[in-house]
Design a binder for this molecule. Structure first.
Ligand code: UDP
Ligand code: MN
Length: 334
Protein backbone atom coordinates (compact mmCIF):
# COMPACT_ATOMS: atom_id res chain seq x y z
CA UNK A 1 0.00 0.00 0.00
CA UNK A 2 2.72 2.44 1.13
CA UNK A 3 4.84 1.29 -1.81
CA UNK A 4 1.99 2.05 -4.26
CA UNK A 5 1.61 5.46 -2.69
CA UNK A 6 5.33 6.14 -3.07
CA UNK A 7 5.22 5.00 -6.71
CA UNK A 8 2.26 7.31 -7.36
CA UNK A 9 4.05 10.20 -5.70
CA UNK A 10 7.20 9.57 -7.72
CA UNK A 11 5.13 9.45 -10.94
CA UNK A 12 3.44 12.71 -10.06
CA UNK A 13 6.81 14.22 -9.20
CA UNK A 14 8.40 13.02 -12.47
CA UNK A 15 5.38 14.30 -14.44
CA UNK A 16 5.58 17.60 -12.64
CA UNK A 17 9.33 17.77 -13.38
CA UNK A 18 8.77 16.95 -17.05
CA UNK A 19 6.03 19.58 -17.40
CA UNK A 20 8.27 22.21 -15.74
CA UNK A 21 11.14 21.22 -18.00
CA UNK A 22 8.95 21.51 -21.06
CA UNK A 23 7.80 24.93 -19.84
CA UNK A 24 11.37 26.04 -19.38
CA UNK A 25 12.43 24.76 -22.83
CA UNK A 26 9.46 26.57 -24.41
CA UNK A 27 10.31 29.78 -22.56
CA UNK A 28 13.94 29.56 -23.74
CA UNK A 29 12.83 28.96 -27.33
CA UNK A 30 10.60 32.01 -27.17
CA UNK A 31 13.54 34.10 -25.92
CA UNK A 32 15.58 33.11 -28.98
CA UNK A 33 12.73 34.04 -31.36
CA UNK A 34 12.44 37.60 -32.80
CA UNK A 35 9.58 39.17 -31.01
CA UNK A 36 6.60 40.35 -33.00
CA UNK A 37 6.94 44.06 -32.36
CA UNK A 38 4.05 45.17 -34.57
CA UNK A 39 1.98 46.20 -31.61
CA UNK A 40 4.28 48.70 -29.82
CA UNK A 41 6.34 49.87 -32.87
CA UNK A 42 3.40 50.81 -35.03
CA UNK A 43 3.92 54.65 -34.92
CA UNK A 44 7.62 54.18 -35.81
CA UNK A 45 6.76 51.95 -38.79
CA UNK A 46 4.14 54.45 -39.90
CA UNK A 47 6.62 57.38 -39.74
CA UNK A 48 9.17 55.46 -41.82
CA UNK A 49 6.58 54.58 -44.41
CA UNK A 50 5.28 58.15 -44.54
CA UNK A 51 8.84 59.49 -44.99
CA UNK A 52 9.46 56.88 -47.74
CA UNK A 53 6.36 58.18 -49.46
CA UNK A 54 7.55 61.79 -49.21
CA UNK A 55 11.05 60.86 -50.43
CA UNK A 56 9.54 59.09 -53.41
CA UNK A 57 7.41 62.15 -54.21
CA UNK A 58 10.42 64.49 -53.92
CA UNK A 59 12.47 62.19 -56.19
CA UNK A 60 9.68 62.37 -58.73
CA UNK A 61 9.58 66.18 -58.45
CA UNK A 62 13.37 66.43 -58.96
CA UNK A 63 13.09 64.20 -62.00
CA UNK A 64 10.25 66.33 -63.40
CA UNK A 65 12.19 69.60 -62.87
CA UNK A 66 15.41 68.15 -64.30
CA UNK A 67 13.69 66.97 -67.43
CA UNK A 68 11.74 70.23 -67.93
CA UNK A 69 12.67 72.28 -71.03
CA UNK A 70 13.88 75.11 -68.78
CA UNK A 71 16.51 72.92 -67.10
CA UNK A 72 17.59 71.51 -70.45
CA UNK A 73 18.63 75.00 -71.61
CA UNK A 74 22.38 75.54 -71.24
CA UNK A 75 23.29 77.65 -68.20
CA UNK A 76 24.92 80.20 -70.51
CA UNK A 77 21.44 81.29 -71.64
CA UNK A 78 21.65 83.91 -68.87
CA UNK A 79 22.94 87.14 -70.45
CA UNK A 80 26.53 87.61 -69.27
CA UNK A 81 27.15 90.59 -67.02
CA UNK A 82 30.41 92.29 -68.04
CA UNK A 83 31.71 94.31 -65.11
CA UNK A 84 34.29 96.97 -66.05
CA UNK A 85 36.43 98.11 -63.11
CA UNK A 86 39.18 100.74 -63.29
CA UNK A 87 41.80 100.28 -60.58
CA UNK A 88 45.07 101.90 -59.55
CA UNK A 89 47.94 101.04 -57.25
CA UNK A 90 47.68 102.33 -53.68
CA UNK A 91 47.90 100.83 -50.20
CA UNK A 92 44.26 99.73 -50.07
CA UNK A 93 44.12 98.32 -53.61
CA UNK A 94 44.44 94.64 -52.67
CA UNK A 95 41.84 95.02 -49.93
CA UNK A 96 39.38 96.72 -52.33
CA UNK A 97 39.92 94.14 -55.08
CA UNK A 98 39.65 91.24 -52.63
CA UNK A 99 36.31 92.50 -51.36
CA UNK A 100 34.95 93.24 -54.82
CA UNK A 101 36.13 89.98 -56.40
CA UNK A 102 34.61 87.97 -53.58
CA UNK A 103 31.27 89.75 -54.06
CA UNK A 104 31.41 89.04 -57.80
CA UNK A 105 32.12 85.34 -57.13
CA UNK A 106 28.51 84.99 -55.97
CA UNK A 107 27.13 86.21 -59.30
CA UNK A 108 26.50 83.63 -62.04
CA UNK A 109 27.42 84.32 -65.70
CA UNK A 110 29.69 87.24 -64.93
CA UNK A 111 32.90 88.33 -66.65
CA UNK A 112 35.14 90.81 -64.86
CA UNK A 113 37.11 93.29 -66.98
CA UNK A 114 39.69 94.74 -64.64
CA UNK A 115 41.61 97.66 -66.16
CA UNK A 116 44.73 98.83 -64.36
CA UNK A 117 45.61 102.50 -64.50
CA UNK A 118 49.25 101.62 -65.16
CA UNK A 119 51.81 101.45 -67.93
CA UNK A 120 52.10 97.68 -67.33
CA UNK A 121 50.03 95.01 -65.66
CA UNK A 122 51.24 94.53 -62.08
CA UNK A 123 52.10 91.24 -60.37
CA UNK A 124 49.77 92.03 -57.48
CA UNK A 125 46.73 92.36 -59.73
CA UNK A 126 47.76 89.46 -62.01
CA UNK A 127 48.06 87.09 -59.04
CA UNK A 128 44.85 88.33 -57.47
CA UNK A 129 42.93 87.68 -60.70
CA UNK A 130 44.54 84.28 -61.25
CA UNK A 131 43.51 83.15 -57.77
CA UNK A 132 40.10 84.85 -57.85
CA UNK A 133 38.07 81.97 -59.28
CA UNK A 134 36.35 84.47 -61.60
CA UNK A 135 36.07 84.59 -65.37
CA UNK A 136 38.11 87.71 -66.16
CA UNK A 137 40.05 89.83 -68.63
CA UNK A 138 43.06 91.76 -67.37
CA UNK A 139 43.77 95.02 -69.19
CA UNK A 140 45.83 98.11 -68.54
CA UNK A 141 45.68 101.69 -69.74
CA UNK A 142 47.56 104.49 -68.03
CA UNK A 143 45.78 107.79 -67.45
CA UNK A 144 47.38 110.54 -69.57
CA UNK A 145 49.69 112.64 -67.31
CA UNK A 146 47.64 115.84 -67.80
CA UNK A 147 44.51 113.97 -66.67
CA UNK A 148 46.06 112.33 -63.63
CA UNK A 149 45.14 113.58 -60.17
CA UNK A 150 48.13 114.53 -58.06
CA UNK A 151 48.74 114.06 -54.33
CA UNK A 152 46.68 116.68 -52.52
CA UNK A 153 44.36 117.49 -55.47
CA UNK A 154 40.67 117.48 -54.49
CA UNK A 155 39.15 114.35 -56.05
CA UNK A 156 36.46 116.31 -57.94
CA UNK A 157 39.10 118.20 -59.95
CA UNK A 158 39.39 115.58 -62.69
CA UNK A 159 37.27 112.55 -63.55
CA UNK A 160 38.92 109.28 -62.52
CA UNK A 161 39.01 105.94 -64.31
CA UNK A 162 37.92 107.36 -67.69
CA UNK A 163 40.57 105.93 -70.01
CA UNK A 164 40.29 102.60 -68.20
CA UNK A 165 36.51 102.35 -68.68
CA UNK A 166 36.94 103.29 -72.34
CA UNK A 167 39.60 100.59 -72.71
CA UNK A 168 37.07 98.11 -71.26
CA UNK A 169 34.53 99.26 -73.88
CA UNK A 170 37.12 98.87 -76.64
CA UNK A 171 37.82 95.30 -75.50
CA UNK A 172 34.09 94.48 -75.52
CA UNK A 173 33.71 95.82 -79.05
CA UNK A 174 36.92 94.49 -80.56
CA UNK A 175 38.40 91.59 -78.60
CA UNK A 176 35.53 89.96 -76.70
CA UNK A 177 34.70 87.56 -79.53
CA UNK A 178 37.88 85.62 -78.86
CA UNK A 179 36.40 84.50 -75.51
CA UNK A 180 34.72 81.07 -75.38
CA UNK A 181 31.03 81.93 -75.89
CA UNK A 182 32.03 85.50 -76.74
CA UNK A 183 30.06 85.57 -79.98
CA UNK A 184 26.74 86.09 -78.20
CA UNK A 185 25.68 89.73 -78.24
CA UNK A 186 23.36 89.12 -75.32
CA UNK A 187 24.96 90.80 -72.35
CA UNK A 188 24.87 93.64 -69.87
CA UNK A 189 27.70 96.06 -69.12
CA UNK A 190 28.17 97.58 -65.67
CA UNK A 191 30.85 100.04 -64.54
CA UNK A 192 31.81 99.03 -61.00
CA UNK A 193 34.43 101.12 -59.20
CA UNK A 194 36.70 99.07 -56.96
CA UNK A 195 35.70 100.79 -53.70
CA UNK A 196 31.88 100.73 -53.77
CA UNK A 197 29.63 98.23 -51.96
CA UNK A 198 27.38 96.04 -54.10
CA UNK A 199 24.36 93.99 -53.07
CA UNK A 200 24.07 90.70 -54.93
CA UNK A 201 20.48 91.65 -55.71
CA UNK A 202 21.75 94.50 -57.86
CA UNK A 203 23.12 92.00 -60.39
CA UNK A 204 19.76 90.21 -60.58
CA UNK A 205 18.10 93.56 -61.23
CA UNK A 206 20.43 94.55 -64.09
CA UNK A 207 20.44 91.13 -65.80
CA UNK A 208 17.29 91.93 -67.78
CA UNK A 209 18.53 95.30 -69.14
CA UNK A 210 17.14 95.95 -72.63
CA UNK A 211 18.81 99.32 -73.28
CA UNK A 212 19.81 101.14 -70.07
CA UNK A 213 18.55 100.20 -66.61
CA UNK A 214 18.79 102.57 -63.63
CA UNK A 215 18.42 102.49 -59.82
CA UNK A 216 19.30 104.54 -56.73
CA UNK A 217 22.85 104.86 -55.40
CA UNK A 218 23.35 105.27 -51.66
CA UNK A 219 25.78 107.69 -49.94
CA UNK A 220 26.60 109.73 -53.03
CA UNK A 221 26.61 113.39 -54.08
CA UNK A 222 26.58 114.58 -50.45
CA UNK A 223 23.13 112.97 -50.16
CA UNK A 224 21.73 109.93 -48.36
CA UNK A 225 21.02 108.64 -51.82
CA UNK A 226 20.48 109.86 -55.36
CA UNK A 227 17.83 108.25 -57.51
CA UNK A 228 15.81 108.50 -60.68
CA UNK A 229 12.21 109.53 -59.91
CA UNK A 230 9.66 107.11 -61.29
CA UNK A 231 6.00 107.67 -62.17
CA UNK A 232 3.83 104.92 -63.62
CA UNK A 233 6.91 102.79 -64.30
CA UNK A 234 8.76 105.55 -66.23
CA UNK A 235 11.69 107.72 -65.22
CA UNK A 236 10.39 111.30 -65.14
CA UNK A 237 13.25 113.07 -63.35
CA UNK A 238 16.04 112.71 -60.82
CA UNK A 239 16.38 113.14 -57.07
CA UNK A 240 19.77 114.83 -56.74
CA UNK A 241 21.18 117.71 -54.78
CA UNK A 242 23.39 119.08 -57.54
CA UNK A 243 22.64 120.32 -61.05
CA UNK A 244 19.49 118.31 -61.71
CA UNK A 245 19.49 119.87 -65.19
CA UNK A 246 22.34 117.59 -66.26
CA UNK A 247 21.11 115.24 -69.04
CA UNK A 248 21.66 112.17 -66.83
CA UNK A 249 22.44 113.14 -63.22
CA UNK A 250 23.26 109.51 -62.36
CA UNK A 251 26.39 108.19 -60.64
CA UNK A 252 28.52 105.64 -62.49
CA UNK A 253 27.20 102.94 -60.12
CA UNK A 254 23.57 103.76 -60.91
CA UNK A 255 23.08 102.27 -64.39
CA UNK A 256 23.86 99.33 -66.66
CA UNK A 257 23.87 99.23 -70.47
CA UNK A 258 22.98 96.40 -72.80
CA UNK A 259 25.95 95.05 -74.71
CA UNK A 260 23.96 95.10 -77.94
CA UNK A 261 23.29 98.85 -77.54
CA UNK A 262 27.02 99.47 -77.08
CA UNK A 263 27.82 97.38 -80.13
CA UNK A 264 25.29 99.22 -82.29
CA UNK A 265 26.82 102.55 -81.16
CA UNK A 266 30.48 101.71 -81.75
CA UNK A 267 31.82 105.22 -81.16
CA UNK A 268 30.00 106.08 -77.93
CA UNK A 269 32.34 106.24 -74.96
CA UNK A 270 33.18 108.38 -71.92
CA UNK A 271 34.47 111.88 -72.58
CA UNK A 272 37.34 112.61 -70.21
CA UNK A 273 37.03 116.31 -71.04
CA UNK A 274 33.37 116.51 -70.05
CA UNK A 275 32.72 119.14 -67.34
CA UNK A 276 32.67 117.90 -63.78
CA UNK A 277 29.58 115.75 -63.15
CA UNK A 278 28.91 115.19 -66.84
CA UNK A 279 30.99 112.03 -67.36
CA UNK A 280 28.04 109.63 -67.06
CA UNK A 281 25.93 111.89 -69.31
CA UNK A 282 28.69 111.89 -71.94
CA UNK A 283 28.16 108.15 -72.43
CA UNK A 284 24.41 107.89 -71.85
CA UNK A 285 23.48 110.83 -74.11
CA UNK A 286 24.76 108.90 -77.10
CA UNK A 287 22.70 105.82 -76.22
CA UNK A 288 19.25 106.63 -74.79
CA UNK A 289 16.67 109.25 -73.87
CA UNK A 290 15.34 109.67 -70.32
CA UNK A 291 12.05 108.19 -71.46
CA UNK A 292 13.77 104.95 -72.46
CA UNK A 293 15.46 104.35 -69.09
CA UNK A 294 14.33 101.13 -67.39
CA UNK A 295 13.81 101.62 -63.65
CA UNK A 296 14.90 98.68 -61.45
CA UNK A 297 15.09 97.99 -57.70
CA UNK A 298 11.34 98.21 -57.09
CA UNK A 299 10.82 101.28 -59.29
CA UNK A 300 13.95 102.88 -57.83
CA UNK A 301 12.82 102.62 -54.21
CA UNK A 302 15.59 100.28 -52.99
CA UNK A 303 19.26 101.11 -52.47
CA UNK A 304 21.36 98.12 -53.62
CA UNK A 305 24.70 99.88 -54.21
CA UNK A 306 26.57 102.33 -52.03
CA UNK A 307 29.22 104.81 -53.14
CA UNK A 308 31.43 103.96 -50.16
CA UNK A 309 34.93 105.40 -50.04
CA UNK A 310 37.85 103.93 -48.17
CA UNK A 311 39.85 106.07 -45.80
CA UNK A 312 43.47 106.49 -46.80
CA UNK A 313 45.57 104.63 -44.20
CA UNK A 314 47.79 106.80 -42.02
CA UNK A 315 51.32 105.49 -41.75
CA UNK A 316 52.77 107.78 -39.07
CA UNK A 317 54.16 104.90 -36.97
CA UNK A 318 55.36 102.96 -39.99
CA UNK A 319 57.32 106.01 -41.16
CA UNK A 320 58.80 106.54 -37.70
CA UNK A 321 59.94 102.90 -37.58
CA UNK A 322 61.27 103.06 -41.15
CA UNK A 323 63.46 106.02 -40.11
CA UNK A 324 65.07 103.67 -37.57
CA UNK A 325 65.41 100.85 -40.10
CA UNK A 326 62.61 98.93 -38.36
CA UNK A 327 59.83 99.31 -40.95
CA UNK A 328 57.51 96.48 -42.02
CA UNK A 329 59.03 93.86 -44.32
CA UNK A 330 58.62 95.25 -47.88
CA UNK A 331 58.43 91.64 -49.16
CA UNK A 332 55.07 91.17 -47.44
CA UNK A 333 52.29 92.07 -49.90
CA UNK A 334 49.54 94.12 -48.31
N1 UDP B 1 40.88 105.19 -60.41
C1 UDP B 1 41.87 104.98 -61.35
N2 UDP B 1 42.93 105.88 -61.40
C2 UDP B 1 43.04 106.95 -60.56
C3 UDP B 1 42.01 107.14 -59.60
C4 UDP B 1 40.94 106.26 -59.57
O1 UDP B 1 41.81 104.04 -62.10
O2 UDP B 1 44.01 107.70 -60.66
C5 UDP B 1 39.76 104.24 -60.34
C6 UDP B 1 39.44 103.75 -58.92
O3 UDP B 1 40.17 102.60 -58.60
C7 UDP B 1 37.94 103.52 -58.97
C8 UDP B 1 37.47 104.54 -60.01
O4 UDP B 1 38.60 104.90 -60.78
O5 UDP B 1 37.64 102.21 -59.43
C9 UDP B 1 36.87 105.79 -59.36
O6 UDP B 1 37.82 106.38 -58.52
P1 UDP B 1 37.51 106.83 -57.03
O7 UDP B 1 36.86 105.71 -56.30
O8 UDP B 1 38.73 107.42 -56.43
O9 UDP B 1 36.44 107.97 -57.32
P2 UDP B 1 35.32 108.55 -56.37
O10 UDP B 1 34.90 107.54 -55.38
O11 UDP B 1 35.99 109.73 -55.72
O12 UDP B 1 34.24 108.93 -57.31
MN1 MN C 1 35.10 105.62 -55.24
Amino acid sequence: MAQRMRLKLRTVFVLYFLVSLLGLVYALMQLGQRCDCTEHDLPYERTISRLRGELHKLQEDIHKIESSPQAQKPKSSLPTIYVITPTYARLVQKAELTRLSQSLLHVPALHWILVEDAAQKTTLVSNLLRNSGLSYTHLHMPTAPQRKLHEGDPNWLKPRGVEQRNEGLRWLREDRRALPGGVSEQGVVYFADDDNTYSLQLFQEMRSTQKVSVWPVGLVGAMKYESPTVKAGKVVGFHTGWRPSRPFPIDMAGFAVSLRLLLTHPDTCFDGDAPQGFLESSLLQGLVTMDELEPRADNCTKVLVWHTRTEKPKLKREEALQAQGLGSDPAVEV
